[in-house]
Structure formats: C-alpha cells, structure tokens
Design a protein around this ligand. Structure first.
Ligand SMILES: [Zn+2]
Length: 234
C-alpha cells in the first residue's frame, strides 16, 4: 500500500488522540473505498504500523473494526485481507437491502410527512443533476445519500445500522467508473416514482417500488462483477 505524505502527516497529527484505532480504521476504509486497496490485498499489521509511524496495537484494533464491518476478512496463512465477495454474497446483501428499504419506504409512506418528502426531493434533484452532467461520482454519492436518508427518516437507528453495514461491504467492490451504472438517466428517473408513492401515502406501492429498485441494482452489480472477473482472467 502506498501511503501519501498528506495522509502520513494527518496520521501523525492524530497520533496523540485516544481514538487512534478508529482513525486508522477510517483511513484504511477510505483507501479501500477509493479503490486504492483491492479485493484480496493483504493488510499486514506490521507494515501498516510502520507506514503510519504508529505502534501495532491500534492497527490491530482497526482491523478488528473493519472485520466487524465486513470490509476485511481473515484468510488462512495470509492474515487480514480486503474482502472479495462472491455472486452469492452480493445477492444476499441486496436481498437484505431490498427487505430493509421496502420496509423503510412503507414506514415513510405511512407517516406521510411533508418534510421527509422535501428532503428526499432535494436528493432526487441532485441525482438528476449529476446524471445530466454525466458526473458518475456525484450520482453515486447522491444515490447512496437518497437510500441512506430513506432509512434515516424512519427514525429507527438499528435499521440504519444494518443498512450501513451491508452497504459498506458493497462500496468496497464497486469501482466508480461509468460502467457501474446502467444508463445514468434511467437510474435518476427510477427515484421519482418511489418518492411520489411515499408522498401520497401508498404504502404497498412504496414497498414494491423500493424493493424493485434495489433488486434491479443488485442484478446489475452481479453482472458487472462477473464481467470484471472475466476480464481479469483474459
Ligand atoms: Zn437508487
């Protein structure tokens, strides 16, 4: 792993703080999510500690945190590695997401609060904006923010926690290039009908639309991971 100077100085600055393990975990998470650390790459405790100029204990603690999030796995004889997920793993994660999001959409439709709709509307507009500009990174962020907000607005922190845990593992795998999305415009348009049924309080439709949207996304990710693997083998 290459640690750039700016990160190193940040690490030195925060080295004195008590939550060092959390900071180290955040740093490694960021590297994984940015695609700088790839699936299957080893995370060697001693090397990380040396790179960061800190002792091994906080690094060990950080890896433990990342294991709990599902971003890091333990492999025999290799130690900690960045997770790689099988098709079945991805399907399971999307299945969980579909169930959580269908439930959350139903809860919001039942509550039918205008402030919820307003918050979600802003995010759908941001998604549309990003799609029209062809800005895949912002589209990805806005899309994720939309889904996270749906969960957040239910006010159920445990629901949100389960959602976040699933999504973190996925983000590690999906590189942010234009192939990650089917048509940008299609992705953007899919969010309006969901928002509308939440707004008018149609619980059944809200649950169904949310589920469908997530399932379609899941199928796409599985196809994409397959294509990437095929490419890597050739
Ligand atoms: Zn979406």
């Amino acid at each position: 792993m290459v640690i750039v100077d700016s990160i190193l100085s940040t690490m030195q600055a925060i080295a004195a703080r008590p939550s060092l393990a959390t900071d180290v975990a955040a740093l490694i998470r960021q590297e994984i999510l940015a695609g700088k650390m790839r699936a299957g790459e080893r995370l060697v405790e001693s090397r990380l500690a040396a790179d960061l100029g800190i002792s091994r204990a906080p690094v060990r603690e950080a890896l433990k945190l990342l294991r709990a999030e599902g971003l890091v796995a333990e492999e025999p004889r290799r130690g900690a590695v960045v997770v790689s997920l099988t098709d079945a793993d991805v399907r399971e994660i999307y299945d969980v997401r579909a169930a959580l999001e269908a439930h959350a959409a139903r809860v919001l439709a039942r509550a039918r609060r205008s402030e919820d709709a307003a918050a979600l509307r802003l995010l759908v507009e941001r998604i549309e904006q990003a799609a029209s500009e062809g800005d895949v990174h912002d589209l990805y962020d806005a899309d994720l923010a939309f889904h996270t907000t749906v969960l957040e607005l239910t006010g159920n922190s445990r629901l949100l926690e389960v959602f976040n845990r699933s999504v973190t593992a996925l983000r590690a795998l999906i590189s942010l290039d234009e192939h990650a999305y089917r048509s940008l415009a299609d992705v953007a348009h899919e969010h309006w009908p969901l928002l509308e049924v939440i707004e008018c309080g149609d619980e059944e439709a809200a649950a169904r639309y949310a589920e469908q949207h997530v399932e379609d996304g899941g199928k796409h990710v599985v196809d994409r991971l397959r294509a990437e693997r095929a490419e890597a083998e050739n």
